[in-house]
Design a protein around this ligand. Structure first.
Ligand SMILES: Nc1ncnc2c1ncn2[C@@H]1O[C@H](COP(=O)(O)OP(=O)(O)OP(=O)(O)O)[C@@H](O)[C@H]1O
Length: 319
């Protein structure tokens, strides 16, 4: 569906995108995840023919983004960071005009608009002026605009930035639903870790214009970080003898706590607790800490991607 070789964009002395090799197969939902200024939008803008690369090549939907811009544009949808839809028009009319601009006849533009209004849950607001829509509704209208010509490939630049959590969840649901119904290939950028984690089966982590990781969220977490089991004891001496009992897991001890790094922690916990009980050193607390994509980013770059909020998904169990 799309391949790039050494895709690069320099703005004077800024290397915004620095040699990206990327291959996206039909039907994939790929999230480009990275901090502000990582080069995500610039990558998307090159792939959608809005700006030319400084060097390297990209073929999108089978066409070259520099030499065959028109062919690329007819086959993709692009929803940038700003709101594309005008304000004084009604949503439905905006959609129909957009369809006409892509060469659809009046009847097919109307029919296509009606289908998208339904699939994006815009039925109740489509005949209102765009200026009266909420942020989430407007964003969904933007997505409908990007899909009016039935592109096989949709690029979404930070689709949910600026939305409240409820609207964000709602938009994510609509995107997943569209994809399930139309098998659209989707490439989106985000700096929300949870969004990349829950929506995409493939996450590409970008930093300083380069790809630093590319895999499923689960594989990225397992490969780069792994789980931790934290065991709590009443006394330091208990923790010390427990450390000897579970030495095969190579635990780290800090005061009354032991930390075991392992894969598949929830499956290991019963065995470890049994061992400790049998040896007369039962733990009084156990915590399983599963990694997040932020932990992956931190491990790979030494910096955090997080913008407040908790990163760990923890399960605390009294035993
Ligand atoms: N038109 C431009 N002129 C000069 N520098 C630019 C231009 N566009 C982007 N940059 C720079 O290129 C780098 C990458 O920017 P880009 O917008 O691609 O990052 P991003 O990952 O999309 O960030 P964000 O999450 O904030 O949207 C940044 O340092 C940015 O300041």
């Amino acid at each position: 569906m799309m391949e790039t070789y050494g895709l690069t964009k320099h703005f004077k002395d800024v290397r915004a995108v620095d040699g990206i090799d990327l291959n996206v197969a039909p039907g994939e939902l790929v999230a480009l995840l990275g901090p502000n200024g990582a080069g995500k939008s610039t990558t998307l803008r090159m792939l959608t023919t809005l700006i030319p690369p400084t060097s390297g090549t990209a073929r999108v939907a089978g066409f070259d983004v520099v030499r065959q811009q028109r062919e690329v544009r007819m086959r993709i949808g692009y929803i940038g960071q700003g709101n594309g839809a005008g304000h004084s028009q009604r949503g439905r009319d905006e959609l129909i005009s957009q369809g006409r601009a892509y060469g659809l006849g009046v009847r097919s533009a109307r029919a296509r608009a009606a289908t998208l209004i339904e699939s994006l849950g815009l039925g109740e607001v489509a005949d209102r002026r765009v200026s009266s829509l909420s942020g989430g509704q407007r964003r969904r209208l933007d997505i409908a605009m990007g899909l009016i010509h039935e592109p096989g490939l949709l690029f979404l630049d930070e689709p949910s930035t600026g939305l409240d959590p409820q609207n964000r969840a709602n938009l994510q649901e609509h995107i997943l639903d569209l994809r399930a119904r139309h098998e659209t290939t989707i490439v989106l950028t985000t700096h929300y870790l949870d969004e990349a984690d829950s929506m995409a089966e493939r996450v590409i982590v970008i930093d300083h214009g380069r790809i630093i990781a590319d895999d499923t969220p689960a594989q990225l977490k397992a490969e780069h970080v792994g789980d931790r089991i934290i065991l709590g004891f009443d006394h330091e001496t208990d923790a010390a003898s427990a450390a000897a009992a579970v030495a095969r897991f190579d635990p780290e001890r800090q005061d009354t706590r032991l930390t075991i790094r392992t894969q598949g922690a929830p499956r290991r916990v019963p065995e470890i607790l049994d061992d400790l009980r049998t040896l007369g050193n039962p733990a009084t607390e156990v915590e399983v800490v599963r990694p997040t994509l932020d932990d992956v980013f931190l491990k790979l770059t030494g910096r955090s991607l997080r913008e407040g909020g908790t990163a760990d998904s923890r399960e605390l169990v009294e035993v």
